[in-house]
Design a protein around this ligand. Structure first.
Ligand code: ADP
Ligand code: MG
Length: 242
């Protein structure tokens, strides 16, 4: 024991306190991960077709798509919490937007494991997100809507796949109009909660169509500061039929 400025200073006590702090932080981080996994388990959210996707098995099919892959790869390799960047992958069906989005998630999670507090990431399609949020309104739901929204707002990387597909076209029917309003409200609650964090969007709709769905003001909030990646080309799923 050392007496410093009249106060007792126990070296071992300080060491124990520090160790406790580290353990406390680790426990908190583990708990955060467990809660996140319980609510949003990527294994169950990423469909079977996309489970094995990575940058390595994304084939070169065109210059435009190779460029898209290079941007996504650079994004994943440069991902840091302190420099949030949003991506918006826009293009027709079957060009590998979800493939590259899953690849980003996997690489970021892998790199995040080297961090003191592993990075967290969720991949979810917007229709699935809406289903999950709706399910919380059920009496027997294990989680509240607020808990889900809080998790979505706090993950280090959120991938919102297929933005716009939750939006129903037939707006003449009052019921669908209401459903659209609700879905838009929820989507933007999530988007707004992610200011200062990384969000990656994929969509089959172009800017004009998205603006039409969500309105100019909301749409501009979604794309503000986002790096847009064009991914047009042949539908990869149909290549065997050519
Ligand atoms: N360039 C590519 N190389 C390898 N597989 C691809 C490529 N592009 C698409 N795919 C595969 O084709 C299927 C459709 O791609 P997907 O990412 O779902 O397209 P999108 O999200 O653009 O509609 C997936 O199984 C994906 O792995
Ligand atoms: Mg897709």
């Amino acid at each position: 024991m050392i007496i410093e400025d009249g106060k007792e200073f126990c070296f071992y006590c300080e060491e124990i306190k520090k160790a406790d702090e580290v353990l406390g932080k680790e426990a908190k981080s583990a708990h955060r991960l467990m809660t996140l996994n319980r609510m949003f388990n990527n294994d169950s959210l990423i469909n079977e077709r996309l489970k094995n996707c990575n940058f390595g098995n994304y084939e070169h099919v065109s210059e435009e798509l190779a460029k898209a892959k290079a941007i996504c790869q650079r994004y994943a390799e440069h991902f840091t919490k302190s420099n949030p960047v949003n991506l918006m992958m826009i293009g027709n069906y079957g060009t590998g937007k979800s493939h590259l989005a899953v690849s980003i998630l996997k690489r970021v999670i892998e790199r995040g494991l080297e961090q003191k507090n592993p990075w967290t990431g969720v991949f979810i399609s917007t229709p699935k997100l809406m289903t999950k949020l709706k399910a919380t309104y059920h009496k027997k739901s294990k989680h509240s809507e607020d808990e889900l929204l809080e998790q979505l707002g706090s993950v280090d990387l959120l991938i919102l796949d297929d933005v716009g597909t939750d939006y129903k076209k037939k707006q003449s029917e009052a019921e669908e109009e209401e459903a659209n309003q609700w879905a838009t409200l929820k989507l933007f609650e999530v988007i707004d909660s992610r200011i200062g964090k990384h969000t990656v969007y994929t969509t089959n709709f172009n800017h004009v169509q998205l603006m039409d769905m969500y309105g100019e003001q909301k749409f501009s909030r979604m794309v503000e500061g986002a790096h847009s990646i064009k991914m047009n080309g042949e539908n990869y799923r149909l290549r065997a039929f050519k």
